[in-house]
Write a protein that binds this ligand. Structure first.
Ligand SMILES: *Cc1c(COP(=O)(O)O)cnc(C)c1O
Length: 393
């Protein structure tokens, strides 16, 4: 393609690939905002809210400043308050935890399934107490937590399901779209998410008009009308007019981009499955093409002759960028020591944090680039003394 690409041979993500072809349309959106002198909560915000909620097969969307605010304000609007217990997986981005803590609720971690890295719902069930009000499943890496299993659990214990769908725009499983399963859901439009703004942004989606209305007030200083404030939990967290315009422009491309991610993941799977003999295993996809592969994550297990860190350094030395999502589980984060957890509390989450490696993944990644990633991994394994020499590179 004639457009500028990242100067790195195999970057982790390449946003320029997405934005260069849309450059003139993006500039027109900025000019429209200048012409109308309208920068906060303009008409494009309402339009994008409706379009995105509908794409999620939900009823209402409320644009906010970031995904973390969508979680914090959304949970509050769902009635979660101080002293309530809220279940979440230990292996998630810290924003899930921060969003819960901001409501005053008590976060209750549970471990994950080591194959899929998704919350273990049997462990969640064991963690339920009379104070449990909600569960926040995280559709991690772009794969949904089983909607039917979630709804069954929620029904049996009368729990609020609040989806953290920040990595799962348009993901599907068992006939449900991410964001349509629970009472409400949070999305992030951080630039590198499957649908990203040119800065921070987020959205709360919900089937219930009253929850949407409450978040509309909370995002705007808790006002129910101008200069009249009814909710002390109000903050300033709005989706900007320009960002909403850009997101609206990009939304029609999202399905195609997700398909590209799926196609790339299938290439990776094909090339990496034979490496199971060398202790390298992709995180399991239990939802077929409904997985939207925000990230493509491998496990470099202890059966692998090469250490995860060494492999990452080797890829890096060949100008291939990788990531670790995430190196420290939430329950071991220094900021949350007061919750009283220590090593060993959530063994699967802890083991995964030592094993996982996220490979380059974005629409626009070429099969040549992908082939280079795979061949560097194979060479690195073949070069270790412990490896039998029959690995074809
Ligand atoms: C990105 C992300 C968030 C937070 O979104 P921000 O827009 O960065 O605040 C929350 N949860 C998960 C799982 C995420 O990946």
């Amino acid at each position: 393609m004639a457009y500028a690409r990242s100067p790195i041979p195999v970057p982790f993500v390449d946003l320029a690939w997405q934005h260069q072809p849309l450059r003139s349309e993006i500039l027109a959106i900025v000019e429209a905002a200048l012409d109308e002198d309208n920068y906060v909560l303009g008409q494009p915000v309402a339009e994008f809210e409706a379009a995105f909620a509908s794409a999620c097969q939900s009823a209402h969307g409320v644009g906010v400043g970031c995904g973390t605010d969508a979680i914090a304000l959304g949970l509050r609007a769902c009635g979660i308050c101080a002293g309530d217990e809220v279940i979440l997986p230990a292996n998630t981005f810290v924003a899930t935890l921060i969003g819960i803590v901001r409501t005053g609720a008590i976060p209750v971690f549970v471990d994950c399934d080591p194959q899929t890295a998704l919350i273990d719902l049997a462990a969640a069930e064991r963690a339920i107490t009379p104070k449990t009000r909600a569960i926040v499943p995280v559709h991690l890496y772009g794969q949904m937590v089983s909607p039917t299993a979630l709804l069954d659990l929620a029904k049996r214990y009368n729990l609020v399901v609040f989806e953290d769908a920040a990595q799962a725009h348009l993901a599907e499983r068992e006939g449900y779209r991410a964001g349509s399963v629970g009472l409400a859901a949070a999305f992030s439009f951080y630039p590198s998410k499957n649908l990203g703004a040119l800065g921070d942004g987020g959205m709360l989606v919900t089937h219930q008009a009253l929850i949407a209305q409450t978040v509309r007030s909370l995002r705007n200083y808790g006002a129910t009308r101008k200069y009249f404030h009814t909710d002390p939990g109000g903050v300033n967290s709005r989706l900007d007019t320009i960002q909403a315009g850009v997101l609206q422009l990009k939304l029609p491309y999202l399905e195609g981009w997700n398909r590209d991610r799926n196609r790339l993941a299938a290439y990776y799977d094909q090339a990496i499955t034979p490496l199971a003999d060398y202790g390298i295993r992709p995180i399991k996809n239990s939802s077929g093409s409904g997985h939207v592969y925000h990230l493509y994550v491998l496990r470099v297990t202890t059966d692998c002759p090469i250490d995860r860190t060494v492999l990452q350094l080797e890829l890096n030395s060949q100008e291939i960028q990788t990531g670790i999502h995430y190196p420290t589980p939430c329950h071991l984060q220094p900021a949350f020591q007061s919750l009283g957890h220590g090593p060993g509390d959530f063994p699967h989450a802890e083991t995964l944090s030592q094993e996982i490696l996220s490979l380059p993944m974005y629409p626009g990644l070429t099969t040549d680039q992908l082939g280079r990633v795979v061949s560097v991994i194979k060479s690195a394994i073949a070069a270790t003394p412990a490896t039998a020499t029959n690995l074809t590179v």
